[in-house]
Design a protein around this ligand. Structure first.
Ligand code: EPU
Length: 422
């Protein structure tokens, strides 16, 4: 397995291009299942999770052509010949469950493995199931698989989610595009990835209003047609690389994506004394006045502080002046990076959903390991500011969600290299 070695202590300077959003692309790809005409995505990110979704769609009979080195995905679901999403694929990536709504809406039947728990939490699917059942589906759990049927098609309904789940909102909205009549989804997720999905569905002929607000209304249509859609910028990649100069010092311009994608996060960086300014091409971030200041952070659904940037923020606060409290409200087990940061000298105490971080002057490089994607990248960020060498093991997590991390960071002066493993 590959490792990444970071040698801390160099300031960063230059530009980092931001790719298309992993989590938008993973919802947009299953939208191809809704139509027998081609759907083409441009600005797709080149990530192993996208390859996993490609394999899943292909296993259902869809064609996925990757062009321009993976930047363009030309998909066609003209001939679906299998309606089962197998455990072997689903267990690798939870987002595989996003084929459930589209398959059910298009084919009236779907069998999708339950994903099981993952490192950051149990992550059940009750909201997906309740939403699709409200649209008239009959769903049964057998042998670890959800068997979903709607032989006479789905029917619009008023649905109120108890929590604004991103994935459930995506599945329900996709399914409702082909349901009879209108659907009102209350307490819908408002994340930019949902807005992007709705834009694409609309380009395919869907009638949807209210995306980006807590109420989304969908008027079902008989069929959707082909479209070409550019994937929105990855706000989590953007936020991650905004923290790099905040930790290492220097000035970096992130090209692509704006502050509107990360309102609460930008406010917190500002409160921590990091200079964040919009530019014509994106965002410029600099840290000129020594260590950051401590700030308290609570993760929330959009437009709140994203859980997917909590680990990276902790890496920054580990060397801030003062004590910060981070509260994780979205996932029950998302502080696995804390003990690894502590191996580098961070002073962190975790109590349930709270982590108290007493900033230290500087971290020291160490061999570290992480069990999820965002935790891994937080260790690389910590390594950029640490004294000496940090070796991050198990980087396959990183490759799931960060495109060529070592190339992007070395282009702005970081000392970082990948060591090929077996
Ligand atoms: N939840 C339920 N029941 C459900 C669905 C969710 O209880 O039916 C709970 C989950 O267990 C969790 C919370 O609700 O505690 C949030 O889950 P949500 O459904 O909103 O998240 P998701 O759709 O599974 C997406 C991203 C995650 C990101 C979350 C929150 C994708 C492919 N994944 O997951 O991204 O953390 O939204 O913003 O879009 C990552 O990229 O590293 C990542 C984990």
């Amino acid at each position: 397995m590959d490792s990444i070695i970071v040698t801390g202590g160099t300031e960063l300077k230059g530009q980092i291009p931001i790719a298309g959003a992993k989590n938008a692309c993973l919802a947009l790809m299953p939208a191809t299942l809704l139509s027998d005409e081609p759907l083409t995505l441009t600005n797709a990110p080149r990530l192993s999770d996208i390859k996993t979704m490609t394999l899943l769609l292909e296993s259902l009979g869809a064609e996925v052509r990757s062009m321009q080195e993976g930047r363009v995905l030309a998909m066609s679901s003209h001939d679906l010949n299998n309606l089962t999403a197998d455990y072997d694929i689903v267990r690798k990536m939870r987002a595989s469950n996003l084929v459930l709504g589209p398959l059910l809406a298009r084919a009236g039947h779907a069998v999708v493995s339950l994903p099981g728990g993952c490192a950051i939490g149990a992550r059940p699917m009750d909201l997906h199931i309740a939403g699709l059942e409200a649209l008239g589906a009959q769903i049964e759990l057998k042998d670890g698989y959800l068997h979903a049927d709607a032989p006479k098609g789905l029917k619009g309904a008023v649905i109120e989610q108890r929590f604004a789940s991103v994935g459930a909102t995506e599945n329900i909205v996709m399914a409702a595009t082909l349901a009879k009549g209108s659907t009102v989804l209350k307490n819908a997720a408002r994340e930019p990835e949902i807005v992007d999905l709705v834009k694409c569905l609309r380009a395919m002929g869907a009638q949807i209003a209210g995306e980006g607000t807590a109420t989304i209304e969908i008027q079902g249509v008989d069929r959707l047609h082909g479209a070409t859609h550019p994937v929105v910028a990855d706000r989590i990649e953007l936020g991650t690389y905004m923290i790099a100069p905040a930790i290492a010092g220097g000035e970096v311009e992130l090209v692509g994506g704006g502050m509107d994608l990360l309102p609460a996060f930008c406010e917190k960086l500002d409160a921590a004394g990091i200079v964040v300014t919009p530019t014509e091409k994106g965002i410029r971030v600099s840290r000129s006045n020594g260590r950051a200041k401590a700030v308290d952070v609570k993760t929330e659904v959009f437009p709140g502080f994203p859980t997917d940037l909590q680990a990276q923020m902790m890496a920054l606060l580990a060397t801030a002046k003062g004590t910060s409290v981070l509260e994780e409200t979205i996932f029950e087990n998302r502080f696995m990076h804390a003990p690894e940061l502590m191996r580098m000298g961070a002073d962190i105490e975790v109590h349930g959903g709270h982590a108290t971080v007493k900033g230290v002057e500087r971290l020291k490089g160490a061999p570290v390991m992480a069990t999820d994607l965002r935790a891994s990248v937080s260790l690389i960020l910590a390594g950029l500011g640490a004294e000496g060498e940090t070796m991050v093991n198990r980087v396959y997590h990183l490759d799931r969600g960060y495109e060529r991390v070592e190339e992007k960071l070395s282009a702005v002066g970081a000392r970082i290299e990948r060591v090929k493993g077996e």
